[in-house]
Design a protein around this ligand. Structure first.
Ligand code: BES
Ligand code: MN
Ligand code: MN
Length: 462
């Protein structure tokens, strides 16, 4: 495989402009009022795949948003790489914290991106990273270098739990048959410290509702005599961690995979500066489970976090009221061997059991998924390693991430293949946050590295 560098240099303005057009469409899967835009994005992805040389590109209907599928089969005896990505994005709010509107992409230089970065919702997660694969395919087909078969499966519900994709995968096992799954929807340590993501955490997401009296009450007339659901909810949430920041749900840690000292020592070798970490977040100290380092806390240990909490009066001024209800959204990040449905049940049982009689509690599960770990001793990983060595001039570091792509574990179960997570984002990309951006250097480096993966994977599979 020849280096894609000259081709990229020649076409980079067009690549960027195409990505910018894609980023202008607000494909927010969580908000039904953006339905037309989500569907429009699926059409745009279909056209992009066709232009890049994919055959048989289709928009596959599902109970939810469609999946864009395309393939280029050159020889049934050659290996097949299945590329997965998502065209939906997170809601952009709070809008007032964006320096430029989230769906009007602009290119600006930053400290970490002296070559410039594209600022827009979805720039890094995942339109920009997904589009690298489209352009890598364009490079390989237009220069007659595609070394194996390729299939694309780009979904529109990743940010809301991928339930339609699960439905689709179960019904299309043959169509999706492959030798390795390739995803760029994660990050790496730094532009001069390439890394390959070897783990994703699982997830259990629930919503809780605490009900006190049947209506909002005068907090003077009733205060002190009936349970205030917000007070109670705060106390219940507070009790979910003990003084060492362990999660206090019985059975929660029963199946947690424990890493050997050797594995933990190896993990600690990855470059990391606690000082810079704190500085980037403007915090005076980190906070987490006793006995574990920051990188362990956010990658190999399970966690529980409140994502939102509401109830009562939050308008201007003051209103003296005991609300009837209080709510919270809670997520638990899980590690290998924990089962998300079992954890959801353990949470529900525990949360119901700690509620005082004076309130009623309802727990509603949202979605979830299992954790995933990529082995580093199989062809897919070895090929990825070689690809990075070629384009970065360095051996990438295997690193487990704290994020989740719940569908990856399902791919392994239903399609019986392993996933390689070649993410080119950085932690500073601000995914899910205001001012999300993706480095142009990262975008182009991805386009350069992906064809090398195809080449080495094909060679090493022989
Ligand atoms: N691309 C992210 C996941 C990610 C980002 C993993 C960076 C590792 C490093 C994905 O789009 C995402 O946001 N996933 C959600 C879960 C989903 C079920 C909503 C997450 O991790 O919160
Ligand atoms: Mn993503
Ligand atoms: Mn995301």
């Amino acid at each position: 495989m020849k280096s894609a560098k000259p081709y990229i240099q020649e076409n980079k303005d067009r690549f960027l402009n195409e990505l910018i057009e894609l980023l202008k469409i607000p494909s927010i899967s969580a908000d039904p009022s953006f339905k037309e835009d989500v569907l429009k994005t699926a059409e745009a992805v279909k056209m992009a795949l066709e232009n890049a040389g994919c055959d048989a590109v289709e928009i596959c209907e599902t109970p939810g948003y469609p999946i864009v599928y395309g393939e280029k089969i050159i020889d049934k005896n050659l290996p097949t790489v299945l590329v997965y990505g998502h065209y939906d994005v997170q809601p952009p709010d709070p809008l007032e914290l964006w320096d430029s509107p989230p769906f009007e992409p602009v290119i600006k230089k930053t400290k970490t991106h002296p070559e410039g970065a594209i600022f827009a919702r979805g720039a890094s997660d995942d339109k920009g990273q997904m589009y690298m694969h489209v352009k890598a395919l364009e490079y390989m087909t237009s220069t007659n270098q595609l070394p194996c078969n390729v299939k694309f499966m780009i979904e529109g519900e990743e940010e809301v739990g991928s339930s339609s994709l699960g439905w689709f995968v179960k019904r299309n096992q043959e169509k999706l048959a492959n030798d390795v799954i390739l995803i760029s929807d994660t990050g790496m340590i730094a532009n001069d410290v390439p890394s390959i993501t070897t783990g994703l955490r699982g997830l259990s997401y629930v919503e809780v509702e605490v009900t006190g009296p049947n209506r909002d009450l005068h907090s003077g007339l009733y205060g002190g005599a009936v349970a205030n659901p917000i007070n109670v909810l705060a106390k219940m949430i507070g009790s979910l961690h003990d003084e060492n920041n362990h999660i206090a749900i019985p059975g929660f840690y029963d199946r947690v995979e424990t890493l050997s000292d050797i594995e933990r020592t190896k993990m600690a070798e990855a470059p990391f500066s606690l000082k810079n970490y704190k500085k980037a977040l403007e915090i005076d100290d980190v906070y987490g489970e006793r006995g574990y380092t920051t990188n362990e806390r956010n990658a190999i240990r399970p966690t529980l976090d409140v994502n939102g909490i509401w109830g009562g009066y939050i308008g201007e001024g003051a209103k003296t009221v005991i609300p009837s209800k209080a709510y919270a959204k809670i997520s638990m990040r899980l590690v290998p061997n924990q089962d998300w449905e079992e954890i959801t049940q353990l949470f529900t049982n525990h949360f119901e059991s700690i509620a005082p009689k004076a309130v009623k509690v309802k727990v509603t599960p949202h979605h979830g998924g299992q954790a995933y770990v990529t082995p580093i001793d199989f062809t897919g990983y070895k090929a990825a390693e070689k690809a990075y060595e070629k384009t970065f001039g360095k051996t990438p570091i295997p690193q487990r991430s704290g994020g989740s792509i719940p569908i990856v574990a399902l791919f392994e179960k239903e399609l019986e293949s392993k996933t390689i997570l070649m993410g080119f984002g950085l932690d500073s990309d601000a995914i899910h946050s205001p001012n999300e951006h993706y480095g142009i250097w990262n975008f182009l480096k991805g386009i350069e590295t992906i064809p090398q993966f195809f080449y080495f994977f094909t060679e090493m599979s022989k």
